[in-house]
Design a protein. Structure first.
Length: 253
């Protein structure tokens, strides 16, 4: 795998009233963030209708507050047709993604909460949950895409928003994945040891693990913005990429 690796922090986080659950066998459910507005049912999915990845007959209501059941989810990334979108033109945390090219990887990181015996615990961690191997890119979408493009991207949350309200064709970008793309069967732990081996700060220096910050806070801080985390063509990037992909292969199945 020779493409650049972009790490993207997704899903519900500490600012929400719920969190994606992970279980003792390392299987997990991914719960997206809410939309910033309610969308019609023809173009949006409510939290009450989210289904388990492992058992489509099972919903995810056990992990979501009742007052959120009727809210529209911003299902991005989605792992049915493998797409991801962001407002790369205006969102400072996403502008680095304007450098993504075909063949690169969008590696998704999410904050998960351990559940035991059907109950949430106070134990949280960051995990890789899947990736998109970029095959197609829609740049600066200010109007409905072509019919052919819509066939490929119509499941994406940003496309669905635009279909619901023409004002929401707001210059977003959408990335489509190849058949190499994966939603992991098991969540891949993101540990301090792994981070020290494979990641560096934006200026190329090692991550700083300050005593007054938890490891979770440090990982969250360094992954808040979407940027190229590893370029195998630069410096020791290939070594770091190989370590990362070996780690993913070890824990994701």
């Amino acid at each position: 795998m020779s493409g650049k690796i972009y790490v993207i922090n997704v899903g519900s986080n500490a600012s929400h009233s719920f969190c994606s659950p992970i279980f003792s066998d390392q299987t997990f459910e991914f719960i997206p963030i809410p939309e910033d507005r309610q969308l019609p049912s023809s173009h949006g999915t409510e939290y009450r209708n989210l289904k388990s990845h492992y058992d489509p007959e099972q919903d995810l209501s056990s992990y979501i507050p009742k007052n959120m059941f009727g809210a529209t989810v911003h299902s991005d990334p989605e792992f049915d047709t493998y797409t991801y979108g962001d407002n790369c033109e205006v969102n400072p945390r996403a502008m680095g993604m304007k450098n993504v090219t075909r063949g690169d990887f969008l590696l998704f990181l999410s904050r998960l909460q351990y559940w035991e015996a059907g109950e949430p615990t106070d134990n949280f961690g960051f995990y890789f949950i899947g990736f998109i191997h970029v095959d197609q890119i829609l740049q600066s979408v200010w109007a409905p895409p072509s019919e052919l493009q819509m066939e490929r991207f119509n499941v994406n949350a940003h496309i669905r928003r635009g279909m619901a309200d023409e004002d929401l064709w707001d210059g977003f970008w959408v990335f489509g994945g190849s058949s190499w793309s994966r939603r992991f069967y098991k969540a891949v732990p993101v540990t301090r040891n792994l981070c020290e081996q494979v990641f560096v700060a934006a200026n190329g220096s090692p991550w700083e693990w300050k005593e007054k910050r938890t490891e979770l806070q440090t990982i969250g801080s360094y992954t808040r913005s979407c940027r190229c985390a590893i370029d195998p063509a630069v410096g020791n990037g290939k070594v770091r990429a190989d370590i990362l992909w070996d780690w993913v292969e070890k824990y994701s199945r």
